[in-house]
Design a protein around this ligand. Structure first.
Ligand code: PHE
Length: 359
């Protein structure tokens, strides 16, 4: 029996070592240790032996069984490691490849400028609000303290549309200020929003297009005053134009929805017919602003004895033209790809206060 055990050990060990995958290894295990396996079969013959023979043969068989079990476990680990290696190799991803070496599209200067506005005012704690392009008389004029028949309504060359189902006159909003009203009626103070969007006036020449963009700012709480308005706009203009000592001048003005009202000029130079922004002694108007009129606050359902704040509005094309040296307003809307390639911006560079507004 001992001789045949040596023979059996050699055969079983060879079968285990030769198993090329987990299925073959399982077959070898069943052939040796399964119910009808060869070691199991020999175990069953022990009962027919004399007690002495049984002791020796039993010990030898148990040792063989342990040895083959250990060999099977070791082979299984080997095969599993090899299978994992093969899988890792097959599913390998080369993360060193650039996603897109040269993006082909360009961001329009209007989109870029809006992203820059959001980065700057976002950093100051403003969020973005929006409203519809098609407005009614109430939001565009009445709630903003334009009295009926007041000449200020005519200042706005309004595009009127057919009346809505409820019989109220509709129009294309002439400024982003109606969203001040929607915001105050829709959320509780403290309010701190900017409102970028399209606006429309029936006007078309060198410096006017019937559709253009504005950004509105609105802050409403219980303590904001004119000093905050000035600080906020000085901070914005210096960040936007990237000029730390850019001077600003606040001139008294009139808007029905603010009191007091001001227009803001920034420093510039016009020497040699070339316009340059900076501390050069000359002035250029860029925006309108003021403290929100108590009538407007009341029209929006808030108590003007408790709430106060400021608003401002400016043309986005205008500040984009000044910052990026774009000479003709009308080119913004001609959809000329050569213009876009020249004045456009890389789509993957998001403006940020920490990484820069534009490059
Ligand atoms: N809505 C004004 C305009 O279109 C700008 C403005 C907004 C002025 C907010 C003051 C406050 O000219």
């Amino acid at each position: 029996m001992m001789e045949s055990l040596e023979q059996l050990r050699a055969e079983l060990a060879a079968a285990v070592a030769g198993a090329g995958d987990l299925a073959a290894l399982e077959e070898a295990r069943v052939a040796a240790l399964g119910k009808k396996g060869r070691i199991t079969g020999l175990m069953k013959t022990l009962g027919g032996l004399s007690p002495e023979e049984r002791r020796d043969a039993g010990a030898a068989l148990n040792a063989l069984k342990d040895e083959i079990s250990a060999a099977i476990d070791a082979r299984r680990r080997e095969l599993e490691r090899a299978a994992l290696d093969a899988r890792l190799e097959a599913e390998r991803v080369d993360i060193t490849l650039p996603a897109r070496p040269e993006p082909r599209g360009h961001l329009h200067p209007i989109s870029q400028t809006i992203d820059e506005l959001i980065a700057i005012f976002g950093d100051m704690g403003f969020s973005v609000a929006e409203g519809p392009d098609i407005e009614d008389d109430f939001h565009n004029f009445t709630a903003l303290n334009f009295p009926p028949g007041h000449p200020a309504r005519e200042m706005h060359d309004t595009f009127y549309l057919p009346e809505g189902e409820d019989g109220t006159p509709r129009l294309l909003r002439t400024h982003t200020s109606p969203v001040q009203v929607r915001t105050m009626m829709g959320q509780k103070p403290p309010i701190r929003v900017i409102i970028p969007g399209r606006t429309y006036r029936s006007d078309h020449d060198m410096t006017h297009t019937p559709m253009f963009h504005q950004v509105e700012g609105l802050v409403i709480d219980e303590s904001t005053h004119m000093g905050h308005l000035k600080g906020c706009l000085i901070e914005f203009c210096r960040a936007f134009f990237g000029i730390d000592d850019l001077p600003l001048r606040f001139r008294p003005s009139f808007f029905p929805f603010t009191e007091p009202s001001a227009e803001v000029d920034i420093g510039c130079s016009r020497k040699g017919g070339e316009l340059k922004i900076g501390n050069y002694g000359d002035w250029l108007e860029i925006l309108g602003c003021g403290m929100v009129h108590p009538n407007v606050i009341r029209n929006c359902g808030l108590d003007p004895d408790r709430y106060q704040g400021f608003a401002f509005g400016m043309g986005i094309e205008r500040i984009a033209m000044l910052k990026y040296g774009i000479p003709d307003l009308r080119t913004f809307f001609e959809a000329d790809l050569r213009w876009l390639r020249h004045y456009g911006f890389a789509a993957l560079d998001m403006p940020s206060m920490t990484h820069g507004l534009s490059r």
